[in-house]
Design a protein around this ligand. Structure first.
Ligand SMILES: NC(=O)c1ccc[n+]([C@@H]2O[C@H](COP(=O)([O-])OP(=O)(O)OC[C@H]3O[C@@H](n4cnc5c(N)ncnc54)[C@H](OP(=O)(O)O)[C@@H]3O)[C@@H](O)[C@H]2O)c1
Length: 309
């Protein structure tokens, strides 16, 4: 019994050594040199190439090196019967909490305008409402969204969230389902997208959604590039309906050098760094999940493939 690991070449050997130390009972092999494919029972992957996983006929489980699974399920040749475990290590939540708080505060305190004034030695005293009068909305109230909602509430913001099913989170106004999407958006001045990428959520950040947000609203997308219709965002910013956008994820990554987001004055591009998996904490979470799976115990991070996330 063996497992293969697929990550970027720079980190491959580190992950192999680390996972081997955490799972000494299973032989860990590199994706590009997996030996006899019949021996591979487990695959730990980030963005596996299409058709790559079907090479292993005895695969029992696929582990996504991240909380999203779209980078696995978008493979048209994926062996659909194989269970998928996602990775939700505590440090992923910590890092996303930092990213979202930083960028909500940056927009709330109009830092882009202050930074733009500095080269001109312009003393710009902008008046902000206090956080309790700033309405933030989080799309997706899962592991990451609910944690960010609580953190922003603790900072003082007026926070609402939107999910598929109704939720009760203390201090957060929760909206659910398509029927409640409009009232959620209408009250949202800073929108944070933390949805999984599914057929229902692909392209959800589009012209119609931007029109529903109040004038002067801003958008932070730290979920997936596929949620956003790029041109609709550019139009909404250029019309002045939206104030700012902070984008961490893109249809194509790295974002191509010629993409208009790079030099748009109202867009901040961050290079998919909101919450990268940490090999220490992430590796431990992966090893714990795999051990539970192999022992036939319940695995909380096992993905509901019917639901799609
Ligand atoms: N930029 C980065 O560095 C980075 C890092 C990690 C993750 N991410 C992204 O963040 C996403 C969220 O992660 P997570 O761990 O919080 O996911 P999660 O625990 O699966 O939560 C997903 C949330 O989205 C809601 N949702 C799903 N489909 C919906 C729909 N059609 N309409 C309304 N709500 C819907 C779910 O509603 P229910 O609660 O009702 O099911 C749930 O609240 C990941 O999928 C990934 O794409 C990005």
């Amino acid at each position: 019994m063996a497992l293969v690991i697929r990550v970027g070449p720079a980190r491959q050997q580190w992950w192999l050594d680390h996972m081997q130390a955490l799972l000494p009972e299973i032989e860990c092999r590199p994706w590009d040199d997996p030996g006899d494919p019949n021996e591979i029972a487990y695959a730990i992957v980030w963005k596996p190439p299409p058709g790559g996983l079907k090479r292993f006929p005895n695969l029992k489980c696929i582990v996504s090196m991240g909380s999203g699974i779209d980078h696995v399920t978008n493979d048209p040749e994926l062996p659909r019967h194989v269970p998928i475990i996602r990775t939700t290590a505590f440090d992923l939540t910590q890092r996303m909490r930092e990213y979202v708080t930083l960028h909500v505060l940056r927009i709330h305190r109009r830092l882009p305008e202050i930074e733009a004034a500095q080269p001109f030695r312009e003393w710009r005293q902008l008046i902000n409402p206090p956080a309790y009068r700033r309405r933030v909305g989080i799309m997706g109230l899962g592991n990451l969204g609910a944690d960010c909602a609580r953190t922003l509430k603790a900072v003082g913001f007026d926070v609402a969230g939107w999910a598929r099913r109704p939720k009760a989170i203390e201090g957060i106004t929760c909206f659910a389902g398509d029927d409640q999407r409009r009232p959620f958006l209408e009250r949202t001045e800073i929108l944070v997208c933390l949805l999984p990428l599914t057929p229902e959520t692909r392209g959800i950040l589009n012209a119609e959604l931007f029109r529903t947000l109040p004038e002067g609203a801003s958008v932070i997308n730290c979920a997936r590039g596929g949620h956003l219709v790029d041109q609709d965002l550019l139009d909404a910013l250029d019309r002045g309906h939206l104030a700012y956008a902070t984008l961490d994820v893109f249809h194509q990554e790295p974002l191509p050098a010629e993409h208009p987001f790079w030099d748009h004055p109202k867009v901040l591009v961050t290079p998919h760094v909101a919450s990268l998996i940490d090999p220490e904490a992430g590796g431990k979470a992966i090893a714990d999940n795999l051990r539970r799976f192999i022992a036939g115990k319940p695995v909380p991070d096992l993905v509901d493939l019917e639901q799609g996330y």
